[in-house]
Every structure is written in structure tokens, then in C-alpha cells.
Design a binder for this molecule. Structure first.
Ligand code: ADP
Ligand code: SF4
Ligand code: MG
Length: 346
């Protein structure tokens, strides 16, 4: 596999004003993120709400500037382009290659536009085609996601949640992208509809040779779709591993905590599992010193309060973790009673 995109030492902070006596506060949404996305893979980014997943997605597509670091894209034709160094005009052609699908199709689809125009808009903005060719391309793409030609004159409110997400997917795919960033793309859907949309994403991936960054707070969904998982906590990458390895033997205590809270499809296996992730997430503007996870970590030692662990390879494997004790800890995975696929086919 070749690297399609890399994120290098990327940080993003927000300055919040209007605190007590108008004081400014700095909120570090992302701290020194390093990751690569290999061509053809589905890379999941997981973590609880507020850990910086959406901010990372938006910094990758350059919808907002990073405070530091780089995003480098390597299109298959060869060569590389530092997206983070481009101005608005220069970035435009690359926006065809990297598309984002959002969580809430109701707010990301313009309610006053017909479905045809919603999907046609990116083709018009990028002046790709018009007339009959545009019509064919829009209707063809909608057909691929299961929206029939007779429905293209309707407005988004006439569709169900699952259908609206399909329209959002068509809007992303109509430009024939290479990399699709799906941000909580199935989180708002019922479980059975989730499985249908995930299966659709899988089918489209092989049909169009896509690469996905799949952002989700739900490890069950991630287990279903991802080849590799990046776990984020308070704006840091704390673990990065092939999906099987991560589920079998996590190397970061935060991953273990997330796996513990995973709802298991088979009720007999629910024993001892909690539905909630334990502990409270600290406020990002007031992050703990040392290991960012030490306030919630059941294995924390004194050294964890002083020393910040770097993300590093564990025992020379493909698994990376940012824990001082990644090698020694015997953390519990999700496969104790054999492999678990949380979502089953629709
Ligand atoms: N435009 C913004 N201004 C200030 N803070 C923001 C902004 N966008 C996000 N944040 C903060 O950055 C942190 C990460 O947010 P986000 O990337 O949306 O997390 P996630 O997608 O993982 O839930 C949160 O604390 C959020 O409140
Ligand atoms: S470094 Fe310490 S506090 Fe941080 S995850 Fe590892 S054991 Fe827990
Ligand atoms: Mg988000």
C-alpha cells in the first residue's frame, strides 16, 4: 500500500474570549497529531465526544486552518502536495479529491433545494460538466446509492434519515473523489439502517476504489468497517493499530475503557460490560499535566502525572500507543469469548 495522505505534527487551538473579566482562554483541540492514511484502507478515528475528531477532519480538508503542522496529500498519479500550504484558489481542485460526509444530513443538505440540485451543485461549482452529461452523472450517482430517478425532484424533507444520508453520500461521490471523510455518517441512524448504509459504503469503496477516514464515537461500528483504528483522547492520538489487534489486545488503557463499554449484540455476553464509558472527560482548556489520561486511568502511577508519553510502536508490532506502560499492561480486549461483530448484516 502507498500512503495517500499524511498528517504531520498537526495542532489546532481555539482562543475563547468572554471569560471572567473578558479573559482569553486557550483551548487545545488537537495536539501534535501524526497519522497516515494508506490508499485503499478504511481508517477509523474514534473517541468520545469533544476529543477533536471533527476538528481533525475539518483541518484535513482545509475547511479550517491548523495552528501548526502539515497535511500532505499524495495523489496516485505521483508527487505530493502540501494542502495546508495552499491558498483558497489553489486548494479548489483538490477539494474534488477529498470529500466529507457529515453526521446530520438534515442540516448538511439544503432544505430548499431539490435532491437533483443538491447532488449537481458540486459538479456546477467545479465546472465539471453541464446539460445532458450533468444530468446523467447526477442520476447515475443517485442510482448507485439507491435513490431512484423519479425521486430526484423532491426536497430533502420528503426522505427518511437513511435516504437523506444516501443523498449526502451521492453528493460526496459525484465528483469521483479518492478520499472520503465520513464524520459520524451513520450515528444518527437506527441500527438496522446503519448496517445498510455501512454496507453501501463498503460496496461503493470497492466499486470506486475509495479510501475512507471514518470518524465515529462508536467502536461497534468501527469494528464492522475499519481496517485500522486511531483512538483519540483530549486532542491526542493515544493508540493507532490494525482493527483486529486493537480489539484483541488494546495497548492503551483508554482503549480498554472504550471496549469495556461496547454494547454486545448477544445479551448473554453483556455480563460485566457497562454501557457507559467510566469517568469524566476533563475540560480541554484545563488539561492534566503529564499523561492526558491519568485522571481517569486505573493503572496510573506517580510518573504518569509528570511525564507525557509519546506515541510509539509497541514491541515492534504495527500497534502504536501513547502509554508509559504499553508493553507491560495486560489489557482486556473485546474478543475474550471469540470474535465479536457487533453489527450484523441488515
Ligand atoms: N469553532 C470552535 N471554537 C471553539 N471551540 C471549538 C470549535 N470547534 C470545536 N471546538 C472545541 O474543540 C473540541 C473538539 O471538538 P470536536 O472536534 O467537535 O470534537 P468531536 O468531533 O470529537 O466531538 C471541543 O472541546 C469543542 O468544544
Ligand atoms: S501513561 Fe500512565 S496514566 Fe497514562 S495511560 Fe499509561 S498507565 Fe495510564
Ligand atoms: Mg464530531
Amino acid at each position: 500500500m502507498s500512503t495517500l495522505l499524511s498528517v504531520e505534527n498537526l495542532s489546532k487551538h481555539y482562543t475563547l474570549s468572554g471569560g471572567l473579566f473578558g479573559a482569553e482562554r486557550r483551548l487545545d483541540a488537537l495536539t501534535d497529531i501524526n497519522l497516515t492514511v494508506e490508499a485503499g484502507e478504511t481508517l477509523a478515528i474514534v473517541g468520545e465526544s469533544g476529543c477533536g475528531k471533527t476538528t481533525l477532519g475539518r483541518c484535513i480538508i482545509q475547511a479550517q486552518p491548523a495552528s501548526a503542522g502539515k497535511v500532505v496529500y499524495r495523489p496516485k498519479a505521483g508527487g505530493e502536495v502540501e494542502l495546508s500550504a495552499l491558498n483558497k484558489r489553489q486548494i479548489k481542485p483538490w477539494r474534488q479529491d477529498i470529500r466529507m460526509i457529515f453526521q446530520d444530513p438534515m442540516s448538511s443538505l439544503n432544505p430548499n433545494m431539490r435532491v437533483f440540485d443538491i447532488v449537481a451543485e458540486p459538479l456546477r461549482i467545479h465546472k465539471i460538466c453541464k446539460g445532458r452529461e450533468l444530468e446523467d452523472r447526477v442520476i447515475g450517482t443517485l442510482a448507485k446509492v439507491g435513490i431512484p430517478a423519479e425521486a430526484v425532484g423532491r426536497y430533502p424533507h420528503a426522505f427518511s434519515g437513511g435516504q437523506r444520508q444516501r443523498i449526502g453520500i451521492a453528493r460526496a461521490l459525484v465528483l469521483d473523489p479518492k478520499l472520503v471523510i465520513a464524520d459520524e455518517a451513520v450515528s444518527a441512524l437506527d441500527v438496522s439502517i446503519q448496517a445498510q448504509v455501512l454496507n453501501l459504503l463498503e460496496d461503493l469503496k470497492s466499486e470506486f476504489g475509495l479510501t475512507y477516514i471514518f470518524i465515529s464515537h462508536d467502536l461497534g461500528v468501527v469494528n464492522y468497517i475499519a481496517d485500522r483504528v486511531v483512538v483519540m483522547y483530549l486532542g491526542h492520538v493515544v493508540e493507532n493499530a490494525p482493527t483486529e489487534m486493537l480489539f484483541e489486545r488494546p495497548r492503551h488503557p483508554y482503549t480498554e475503557l472504550l471496549l469495556e463499554a461496547l454494547p454486545i449484540a448477544d445479551p448473554l455476553r453483556r455480563k460485566g460490560r457497562k454501557a457507559e464509558v467510566r469517568g469524566e472527560i476533563p475540560y480541554l482548556g484545563n488539561r492534566p499535566q503529564g499523561c492526558p489520561f491519568h485522571t481517569r486511568c486505573r493503572y496510573a502511577q506517580d510518573v504518569c502525572r509528570a511525564e507525557k508519553p509519546a506515541l510509539r510502536r509497541v514491541n515492534g508490532t504495527a500497534q502504536e500507543a501513547a502509554c508509559l506502560f504499553a508493553e507491560e499492561l495486560e489489557l482486556k480486549g473485546a474478543y475474550e469469548d471469540g470474535p465479536v461483530k457487533v453489527l450484523h448484516e441488515a
